[in-house]
Design a protein around this ligand. Sequence first.
Ligand code: SF4
Length: 247
Amino acid sequence: MNYFRKDLKVLRSMTNISIYNPEYVREIVSQLRNKYSSVNRSDFVIGSVINKPLFDFIIAVILSQNTSDRNAIKAYNNLVKLFGSPLDPVKLLESESSVIINAIKPAGMYSKRYRWITDLAKLFVNKDFVENLVEYVKNNDVDDSRRKLLELPGIGYKTADVILLIYFNKPSFPVDTHIMRITKRLTSLRSLEYEDVRMFWMNNLEPSEYFEVHILLITHGREICRAKKPLCEKCVINKKCRYYSKM
Ligand code: SF4
């Protein structure tokens, strides 16, 4: 029985993929590190807002939902031209809806995003609200902080996990569409849900690795493990991949 089959047996024996299997993950991460040693973080929308206030950070991550980072960066930069850097929620609320909608159009889904952005601006004009939110997240554990963030307009699990990990440096692993697809293919477990995939990576990585591996997996999904016609022959982790072993 080869190494991969042994791993798979362990995975399959669980009803949930939240298992401890660091050796398997370690080899995958090591290959991805070698392959993508020079990833440019400015290609990611979070690279534009990494040192900005929470309002900017949340808006940028909301703009990146269900679209490419390139489109999200364009939309965010349009908002910066109109409402300053950092973004001023007061100016934003004084603006005509058509001006905001035009600015965020490159990211798509502009009606929904317009509503979320203006609802967030209404909250973020209140300094007490912002201070209380930041204090709450800083002083509570990941689960409670996550629940708090999920109450905000436009924030789902992935967005909350990005905010926790990158803005607050809290140990949570965000799962985007690339990471979901790669994990399903690696394990051949198609019914995995967001929380399963999140826990799989969290159980097998050190918290200090979460951000790096998040970026590595997204890069791998964009360049090699594409949704359509993945480039498996060129893939550095194909020996660990159940999808590839079945081809
Ligand atoms: S072998 Fe193919 S399906 Fe598996 S991770 Fe690599 S590109 Fe994706």
